[in-house]
Write a protein that binds this ligand. Structure first.
Ligand SMILES: Nc1nc2c(ncn2[C@@H]2O[C@H](COP(=O)(O)OP(=O)(O)OP(=O)(O)O)[C@@H](O)[C@H]2O)c(=O)[nH]1
Ligand SMILES: [Mg+2]
Length: 373
C-alpha cells in the first residue's frame, strides 16, 4: 500500500472513531433515529471511499483527500464543542413557562365558558400565538424584547455583506461560495465579542471566536452540521444592536431540506424581513417567489437589490420595475424596495438609516411584554 494511501486510511479511521465517540456521547442526550441514520450513512460513504480510493484516477483521489480533510476537521470541531459546557441556564425559565402556561389555560377556559363572547376561536388562537412567540423568546435569551430583523435570499446575494456594512465592521464571513452555514443572530452584549452556539438539543454554549469562524459551508461542505448546531449567536456592544437583533441566514437555495426548515423556523420568529436579491439575477427567481409567498409575505417585507455597482443605473431601474411587477402580480405585499452596494457609501448610510427607522417604528408598535427577561 503506498504511503499516501496509508495516511489517508489512518485519517479516515481516526475520523470514524471520533464520530463514533461523539455519537455515543450525543446519544446520552437522546437522538432522533433519522439523525442516527445520517451519521451511519456518512460512515458508510467513507468506508466505500476508502475501499475504492486505490483504483481511482489521481484527480478523484485528490478530491477525496480534500473531503477527508474536511471530515477530519469537522470531527475535531465537534470534539472541541463537546468539551465545552453549557453556558446559559435555560432550564431556569422552565418554572416561569409552566406558570404562564397554567395562567393561559385558565384564561382560555374562562373564554370558552363565557357565553356572550362570539369570537372564541379567534381569541384562543391569538393567545396561543402569543404564548408560542413568548416561549421562543424565553428560549432565546439573547433576543430579549427586541425586534428581529432577518436577511434572507439566495446564496451569495450579499446578506452577510449588508449586515457587516450595517454594523460598520467585518464581523461575518463573506465569500463567493456558499458561506453562512447556520442561522446566525447578532445581538447586543456589553462585553467585547461573545460567541454562542445553540445545539440541536437546545443547549447553549459559549464558544471561542476561532471556533465560530470554522463554522462555514466552505469548511464543512457536505458535513451534517445541522445535526449538531441549530443557531449561532454573536453578541457585542454595537449601538445598532441596542434596539434590534439581526438574523443572518444561509442562502436558502444552498442548504439541505432539513436546514431550509431551520431557516424557515428562524424566519417565523422574526419581526421584519429583508429579502436580498443580486442585481445580476435581473429579477426575483421563480423559486424565490414561491418561497416568499409561502413563508414570508405575512411579515413586514422589504426587498434589497444588491450589488448595484455591477450594473448601470438604468439597468438597476429596470430590475426594480420588474421586481415591483413580479410582487404585484403574485399578490405579495411589500413595504419598500431599496438599492444597495457595498462599494457606494451613500447607499450604505441611507440603507442603515432606513433600517434603523424601520426597527425603531417596529419597536414602538411592539408591546414591551418581555421586559422582565
Ligand atoms: N460588487 C459587489 N460585490 C458584493 C456586494 N455585496 C456583496 N458582494 C460580494 O458577493 C459575495 C457574496 O457575499 P456574501 O455577503 O457572502 O453573500 P451571502 O448572501 O451572505 O451568501 P451566503 O452566506 O453564502 O448565503 C462576496 O464575494 C461579496 O464580496 C456589492 O454590493 N457589490
Ligand atoms: Mg452569508
Amino acid at each position: 500500500m503506498p504511503y499516501e494511501v496509508l495516511i489517508v486510511f489512518l485519517i479516515i479511521a481516526l475520523s470514524l472513531f471520533l464520530v463514533k465517540l461523539y455519537k455515543v456521547k450525543k446519544s446520552e442526550i437522546k437522538h432522533e433515529p433519522k439523525e442516527e441514520i445520517e451519521i451511519n450513512n456518512l460512515k458508510d460513504e467513507l468506508e466505500v471511499a476508502v475501499n475504492s480510493s486505490e483504483t481511482e484516477p489521481e484527480d478523484v483521489q485528490k478530491q477525496k483527500q480534500v473531503e477527508f480533510e474536511g471530515m477530519q476537521d469537522f470531527v475535531l470541531f465537534l470534539q472541541e464543542l463537546s468539551k465545552t459546557g453549557p453556558s446559559e441556564p435555560r432550564k431556569e425559565y422552565g418554572d416561569v413557562v409552566k406558570y404562564v402556561r397554567k395562567e393561559i389555560d385558565e384564561v382560555k377556559s374562562f373564554i370558552l365558558n363565557f357565553d356572550i363572547y362570539d369570537k372564541k376561536d379567534e381569541a384562543i388562537n391569538s393567545i396561543e400565538e402569543f404564548f408560542s412567540e413568548w416561549v421562543e423568546r424565553v428560549n432565546k435569551p439573547w433576543i430579549g424584547n427586541k425586534s428581529i430583523i432577518a436577511f434572507i435570499g439566495k446564496f451569495s446575494a450579499g446578506k452577510s455583506s449588508i449586515i457587516n456594512s450595517l454594523l460598520g465592521e467585518n464581523l461575518l464571513p463573506v465569500d463567493v461560495t456558499p458561506t453562512t452555514a447556520v442561522p446566525t443572530y447578532i445581538s447586543y452584549d456589553t462585553k467585547e465579542i461573545v460567541c454562542k452556539v445553540e445545539e440541536s438539543d437546545g443547549e447553549i454554549k459559549n464558544i471561542s471566536r476561532d471556533l465560530l469562524k470554522r463554522i462555514s459551508h466552505e469548511n464543512f461542505k457536505s458535513m451534517p452540521l445541522s445535526l449538531f448546531i441549530k443557531n449561532l449567536v454573536i453578541g457585542y456592544p454595537n449601538d445598532v444592536l441596542k434596539d434590534i437583533s439581526i438574523l443572518d441566514t444561509p442562502g436558502y437555495d444552498s442548504v439541505s431540506y432539513k436546514d431550509k426548515r431551520r431557516t424557515i423556523e428562524a424566519i417565523s420568529e422574526s419581526d421584519v424581513i429583508f429579502w436580498v436579491v443580486d442585481v445580476n439575477d435581473g429579477a426575483i427567481k421563480a423559486d424565490s417567489l414561491n418561497f416568499i409567498k409561502e413563508y414570508i409575505s405575512s411579515k413586514p417585507f422589504y426587498v434589497i437589490i444588491n450589488k448595484t455597482d455591477l450594473k448601470p443605473p438604468s439597468e438597476v431601474g429596470k430590475v426594480k420595475s420588474r421586481i415591483e411587477e413580479q410582487l404585484a402580480s403574485n399578490g405579495i405585499k411589500y413595504k419598500d424596495i431599496f438599492t444597495f452596494s457595498i462599494k457606494d457609501n451613500n447607499s450604505k448610510s441611507s440603507l442603515s438609516e432606513k433600517i434603523k427607522e424601520i426597527a425603531s417604528s417596529h419597536n414602538n408598535n411592539r408591546e414591551n411584554i418581555y421586559s422582565f427577561l
